[in-house]
Design a protein around this ligand. Sequence first.
Ligand code: F6P
Length: 368
Amino acid sequence: MSKKILVLTGGGDAPGLNAVIRGVCKRARKESTQGEPWEVYGSIEAFNGVLNEPQEIIKLTTRKTAGIHVKGGTILKTTNKANPIKFPVVQPDGTTKFFDRSDELVKKLKALNFDAIINIGGDGSQKISKTLFDKGLPMVGVPKTIDNDLSATDVTFGFQTAVQIATDSFDKLVTTAESHHRVMIMEVMGRDAGWIALHTAIAGGAEICLIPEIPYDINKLAKKIEARYKKGRGFVNIVIAEGAKPKAGSITSSAGEKGSEHVRLGGVAYQLSKQLKDAGCKAEIRETVLGHVQRGGTPTAFDRVLASLFGVKAFELVLNKEFGRMVAFKNNTVTSVSLEEATAEYNFLSQNSYLVKSAKGLGISFGD
Ligand code: F6P
């Protein structure tokens, strides 16, 4: 009898998810030719494939996974609005109530009799992995985040691709800023952490970088811009993370969404533009909100490699029955950490980090 693994992808998608799925399947097939047979299955749209009736669980055959490592998105689909521990149900009056469906999920998963469950996802998904492991399921986690906000791994796939997309866009804005003597504001993703923004600012050579961890002083920014225009070098390029906020103020949310635990961010570039004008900035300002292009398309070679290695490692954790662990990349090698460690701390960008200090050394202003 074959042993069976269930794989799923949860939370926002990230380039590289398919390479992880393929890595698990390839390593399992190799094991099958050498030792005991393994079959890999996928739950469609995170745990919804298990919770929904009828269930949606597909067999991941060679035909389904061949060549998918170069494709963005996830062949298993995903959602960030179906946390089984806090499952949103929209009420007849339009409000949303959250229910704990973890016991129901555990019951259904136990009935399906998988030898292991590999959950590929970010902070929220790994918290779910931990809950399910504590309730007796053979869980293995694989970290995924374009935001680079998991502290238990030095890097994750998706982040590099997002930074590359943002940098390519930034480079294009620089040339038009220079031609028109404009202030260009480019908004990137980063709800609570400014990793994408700062990497893009350094790679692109921004004058100003605004991140959630360092609230900005609008008057200081206005002065910095004025000083640059006075020098006769009349253009400024700004990168701002969607979760950045002024010292006296709050984050800019576009809306609360039905079924979501989070408010939707987006539009902070326009808010900054207005604040600069109110603070007396005379220069012409244009805003660009990159949005979900940062999460789409083909993963960079680095992210394909990392994701493939993560897939292989996840299978090997299963093979060795090392459950309750998450794959991680640390000290230049692929390793694993306990799910407890994986979810203990959020990866904020520290003001004292070498990255922030070096950026300041390059003359990048955080407006602090
Ligand atoms: O966590 C990843 C992320 O891309 C955040 O940076 C962003 O705030 C959020 O997802 C956007 O989510 P959605 O796809 O629901 O708009």
